[in-house]
Design a protein around this ligand. Structure first.
Ligand SMILES: Nc1nc2c(ncn2[C@@H]2O[C@H](COP(=O)(O)OP(=O)(O)O)[C@@H](O)[C@H]2O)c(=O)[nH]1
Ligand SMILES: [Mg+2]
Length: 209
């Protein structure tokens, strides 16, 4: 079956506002179930307020390795000492039904998806300034200067991959960034090949002699 949904990869450093943008995008009435976000597996501990099966599937390292061996993952990577992976089955079902999928994954995962799915579109989100990024990374209290420095270094290393992406957004004005993100997705939905698959019946009626 021809896939008519699109995979959208979204990456950013921690603190660029990616999660808020994704949530706001999914909450838009115009999104209307045509866009879903993939829930990754991770070996990191849940944070307060995070729910298993909603934010992530939280698994032990040994279970993660079993899933790798079974070929469960589209892509997986070690990110800052923990494993993260995107499972294939649910995504393929959604795409086959014409539903677009958002992947909130890092640059390593983005590379693996691009190799396997050349039709995937990738978007990188930057914070508005270095100062603002530092401010957001410091917002969680009680962290030592070393921990904060480490977070900043990780953010810079993630951002250095921006040029591998199809689209680059700056989350300065939230509404503007949200509109741009939405525009990228809408434009891709209007792609001729995808519309032709979606509107096969309409096209054959319109073109009948
Ligand atoms: N490759 C890959 N990266 C992922 C996956 N899920 C999450 N990530 C990335 O892992 C990083 C850490 O995510 P998280 O633990 O939620 O912390 P955050 O930085 O506060 O979002 C982020 O860059 C995510 O985009 C996945 O399934 N595969
Ligand atoms: Mg996250």
């Amino acid at each position: 079956m021809a896939h008519i949904g699109t995979l959208f990869i979204i990456s950013s450093p921690s603190g660029a506002g990616k999660s808020s943008l994704i949530r706001a995008l999914l909450d838009r009435p115009s999104t209307d179930g045509r866009l879903q976000v993939s829930v990754s597996h991770t070996t990191r501990d849940p944070r307060p307020g995070e729910e298993d099966g909603v934010h992530y599937h939280f698994v032990e390292k040994s279970d993660f390795k079993t899933l790798i061996d079974r070929g469960t993952f589209y892509e997986w990577a070690e990110v800052f000492g923990n494993y993260y992976g995107t499972s294939r089955e649910w995504i393929d079902q959604q795409l086959a039904e014409g539903i677009d999928i958002l992947l909130d994954i890092d640059w390593q995962g983005a590379r693996q998806i691009r190799e396997q799915s050349p039709g995937a579109k990738s978007i990188f989100i930057l914070p508005p300034s270095r100062e603002e990024l530092e401010r957001r990374l410091n917002a969680r209290q009680q962290d030592s200067a070393d921990v904060i420095k480490g977070r900043m270094a990780k953010a810079v290393s993630e951002m250095s991959h921006y040029h591998e992406y199809d689209y680059l957004l700056v989350n300065d004005d939230f509404e503007h960034a949200l509109n741009q993100l939405s525009a990228v997705i809408e434009a891709e939905r209007a792609n001729t090949g995808k519309q032709a698959a979606r509107y096969e019946g309409l096209l054959s009626r319109l073109l009948a002699e």
